[in-house]
Design a protein. Structure first.
Length: 435
């Protein structure tokens, strides 16, 4: 039987914004090629949008505002969700899965909190749940984690997964400008949303970190498990200090296996600004690009790089998932299932080993360094490097630590701030990418 003679795979599209519009266009313009790759025609049979009258560019017979009915229609085989948010989307996708429809989604927030529920519904109905586009746009990342590296033991996933924050920090690094003015420029150029909170406060990256950790470590991790800090407190002085030490500042999602002293393994998942050496692979990732660095026992070090957002790149990932789902339906198989067998505990941030870069304004008198060093020693934190610069009656003191539990480092900084010889704790930033 030829491809054209096979029954079509019928697709319902939820949402037709920047990404959805691109998906609808490509499904039409590349219909023959997609059919050849999928093994059957892939036909768009319905598009759910909030206001159909606002989409004159789309075939009117396909438009509906009744997403709840569309997702369970007997005329639909696959539901592609590109609306975002939790409710009512969660209910629609659960209804679709329970009705025997496979689902392709780019909804990182939903997956970060409800992937277990969605996966269980897909398993119960014997259908697929694909979500490559939920993290890092066009970059093939999730499929390698859950398929190509399924036979390996991943120890660390660290990366830049939000283009807005990376653009801002890159611009601050190259121009010396402050955070607020750089954010304004990013908004003007279209790199930041009108409300950039989800990006600059780290919520977007935290959702993606939860998905990455779940896949990499075969453990259910939710967004609530992720320690999250944004970039609003990063200053031009932080970038300048980083430059002096041969570093730059990035907002990273860091997911890693961590062993305690008694050998108990756990998972640490965090999102926060870090200083990394300019020689590190992630340091040169600038602008709105994304990159993820993976370490595995057998494969060693891997790097995934590319455009992490935008209509075209995200639509590429969505269509890749759609072709995979269509192939499975044509051949009578299923794609990879949720793997949560390891069920590792998530380590609290306070117990996670990190390194700090601490910048202080101190009195320019004898014995200051000794007092500061004593506080570090009292908390069991080892100092790796110290740099001091005199400025009239005050001095600038920078301390970089060795690895220590994050809670011990924070307690150290809190106590140092109370010393009479310390005028101000100017900044505190974690350091990554160094032995």
């Amino acid at each position: 039987m030829s491809t054209k003679d096979r029954s079509p795979i019928r697709v319902a599209l939820l949402g037709c914004g920047t990404v959805g519009g691109e998906v609808a266009r490509l499904l039409t313009e590349q219909a023959d090629e997609l059919a050849a790759r999928a093994g059957a025609p892939v036909k768009l049979v319905g598009i759910a949008v909030r206001r159909p009258d606002k989409h004159p560019e789309l075939p009117q017979e396909l438009l509906t505002s009744d997403a709840a009915s569309l997702v369970v229609s007997d005329e639909v085989d696959v539901v592609v969700e590109l609306i975002g948010g939790i409710e009512p989307v969660r209910g629609w996708l659960l209804a679709a899965l329970r009705a025997g429809k496979s689902v392709v989604t780019a909804n990182k927030a939903l997956l970060a909190d409800h992937s277990a529920e969605l996966s269980e519904a897909a398993d119960a109905s014997g259908v697929d749940l694909y979500f490559e586009a939920a993290v890092a746009g066009a970059i093939p990342l999730l499929r390698p984690l859950r398929e190509s590296l399924a036979g390996d033991r991943i120890t660390r996933v660290m990366g830049i997964v939000n283009g807005t924050t990376n653009y801002i920090l890159s611009a601050m690094d190259s121009t010396g400008a402050g955070y607020s003015e750089t954010l304004d420029e990013a908004s003007r150029l279209g790199y930041a949303e009108a409300d950039p909170t989800a990006d600059v406060d780290g919520y977007d990256a935290a959702s993606k970190a939860a998905i990455l950790a779940s896949l990499a470590f075969h453990t259910r991790v939710t967004a609530g498990d992720v320690h999250r800090e944004g970039i609003a407190d990063v200053t031009s002085s932080d970038l300048a200090a980083a430059k002096l030490l041969g570093r730059t500042v990035k907002l990273l999602a860091i997911c890693e296996r961590v062993n305690s002293d008694d050998g108990v393994e756990s998972v640490s998942v965090r999102v926060h600004p870090v200083m990394i050496p300019r020689s590190h692979q992630l340091a040169g990732v600038n602008g709105a690009f994304n990159a993820v660095y993976v370490e595995a026992d057998a494969a060693g070090e891997l790097m995934f790089y590319g455009q992490g957002a935008g209509g075209g790149p995200t639509a590429s990932a969505v269509l890749g998932d759609l072709v995979a789902v269509a192939r499975n339906k044509v051949l009578g198989g299923l794609g990879p299932r949720e793997s949560a067998h390891a069920a590792l505990p998530v380590r609290p941030m306070g117990q996670t080993p990190t390194r700090y870069h601490v910048s202080l304004d101190v009195a320019d008198i004898a014995g200051v360094l000794a007092q500061v060093a004593q506080v570090f020693a009292d908390h069991g934190v080892s100092i790796a490097a110290v740099r001091q610069r005199d400025r009239h009656s005050t001095a600038s003191l920078v301390v970089v630590t060795h690895l220590a539990p994050d809670a011990a480092l924070q307690a150290t900084v809190d106590e140092i701030a109370k010393l009479d010889v310390v005028h101000e704790v100017v900044s505190v930033m974690r350091v990554e990418g160094e032995d």
